[in-house]
Design a binder for this molecule. Structure first.
Ligand code: SF4
Length: 457
């Protein structure tokens, strides 16, 4: 270990830009065992590992780095899968530069350990060698899970490990939530998601697709028929810009979902997925905005422009994703706020009107965004996509059953992830507001532990 002086940080190889923008295949290759061992061997094994603390799942990172460096893959696989419900997915989709890698001691002058890429390697290499996640074989007790996104599937994973049968109810036609429809293939191949789902099904998870609790399925039935209920319905209401002609734009998740359905060969809404030879303006600056510009490029857009209201340094997403989007030809316009979508006489989108903004910091350190007077300008556009984040929707079945929400519509839970209705638990974006896959996975894991304790003592 500690070979950071001799071995520099080397990320996994990326496919050439002119190749990768022609398809939706993942852009990163997976390390081979020697590359992974060399990179893992750079770790200094900090006594109080900052990476472990910065990882929302508190993964045993220095431990699996050591075992990868020693080429003990079996043990690395075991400990990596213990704290994480699906490490091969986290290694691909986590914004590591804001989490584990951002906290790595070696950032100071040497370059952080490539934690995410090594995490993906451990699982993929393990699967190749026939290793599989482990679950209890005998199941007793039944828990209903509403939503099959990262929180729901994480909860199902840890219930199965505790010997409890989870029954997942999903309103879409495929399981996986955001991991199936919200994150594009070039970051997370859908076969990777389906493989995990299949293993959970093999382990005893039940799955019912195409049912919406509160509509086609009564929540009361779940309360009657199951020992506990976990709600992991995410935060799916898109945040609005509140500008003139906003309805002429497309919401990011509608765009990404319809493109993904098209890739699957399923029926999709062409109006919400057609950007071929068009100028696309994406409003927003987070990872979803990057997903939209990069998807537009792959779908043949003439131009894909990301318009963000603050400066480049303030972008909320991962730097890695911004860099990938830049490499693929996305254009960026900073410090602009939209005021209106411009339409022609037939109601067709022809552009966006913006004002320029300036970020300032007040004496007490508060950041403020000011609009520059008389700075209006227009930008040509054929398609406008809004990627401004998501809000919670307070659903009727929650209030009807005494499940309280806060003033933002997020479900209230106690320290055991239990809602104000005993026996009903919640986690992920529906309780914390729009956040990350990894934080939803953490919530699902912790809620499952609390449920297991309640059911099994
Ligand atoms: Fe890093 Fe995310 Fe993996 Fe944690 S789960 S080690 S934050 S990539």
């Amino acid at each position: 270990m500690q070979n950071f002086i001799f071995n520099e940080r080397i990320e996994p190889k990326k496919r050439a830009v002119n190749e990768r923008i022609k398809d939706f295949r993942e852009i990163y290759e997976i390390y081979n065992p020697n590359e992974a061992a060399t990179q893992a061997d750079r770790c200094v094994q900090c006594g109080d590992p900052y990476c472990h603390n910065a990882c929302p799942l508190h993964n045993f990172i220095p431990h699996w780095l050591k075992t990868v460096a020693e080429k003990d893959l079996e043990f690395a696989f075991k400990i990596s899968n213990e704290s994480s419900p699906f490490p091969e997915i986290m290694g691909r989709v986590c914004p590591q530069d804001r989490l584990c890698e951002g906290a790595c001691t070696l950032n100071e002058g040497y370059g952080a350990i490539t934690i995410g890429a090594i995490e993906t390697f451990i699982s993929e290499e393990g699967f190749k060698r026939g290793l599989r996640p482990e679950f209890e074989e005998k199941l007793s007790g039944k828990v209903a899970i509403i939503g099959s996104g990262p929180a729901g599937l994480s909860c199902a994973t840890y219930l199965l490990r505790a010997g409890i049968e989870p029954h997942v109810f999903e309103r879409a036609d495929r399981a996986g939530g955001l991991m199936m429809y919200g994150i594009p293939n070039f970051k997370l191949d859908k076969k990777v998601v389906q493989r995990r789902i299949d293993w959970l099904l093999e382990a005893g998870m039940k799955l019912t697709l195409g049912v919406e609790v509160g509509k086609s399925l009564d929540f009361g039935e779940l309360l009657e028929n199951y020992d506990a209920v976990f709600i992991g319905i995410g935060a799916t209401k898109p945040r609005r810009a509140g500008i003139e002609n906003e309805e002429a734009g497309i919401m990011a998740m509608d765009f990404l979902t319809n493109v993904q359905k098209k890739i699957f060969g399923d029926p999709y809404d062409k109006e919400k997925a057609d950007v071929k030879e068009k100028t696309v303006v994406v409003i927003g600056g987070g990872d979803t905005a990057m997903d939209c510009v990069r998807t537009s490029i792959r779908e043949g857009a003439k131009k894909a422009i990301c318009a963000y209201r603050r400066d480049a340094a303030s972008m909320p997403g991962s730097r890695k994703e911004v860099k990938n989007a830049e490499e693929e030809g996305a254009e960026f316009v900073y410090n602009v706020a939209p005021t209106k979508i411009l339409l022609d006489d037939e109601g067709k989108v022809i552009g966006v009107e913006f004002v320029k903004t300036i970020s300032t910091t007040t004496k007490d350190g508060q950041r403020k965004l000011e609009i520059i007077k008389n700075s209006e300008f227009t930008m040509d556009a054929d398609v406008v996509i809004f990627a401004l984040g998501f809000e919670n929707t307070p659903l009727e079945f929650l209030s009807k059953h005494g499940i309280e929400t806060n003033r933002w519509g997020a479900i209230k839970v106690n320290e055991h992830y239990e809602t104000t209705k005993p026996g009903v638990y919640a986690g992920g974006d529906c309780y914390r507001g729009a956040h990350l896959v990894v934080t939803a996975a953490y919530d699902g894991r912790e809620a499952a532990k609390a449920i297991a304790k309640r059911l099994k003592g």
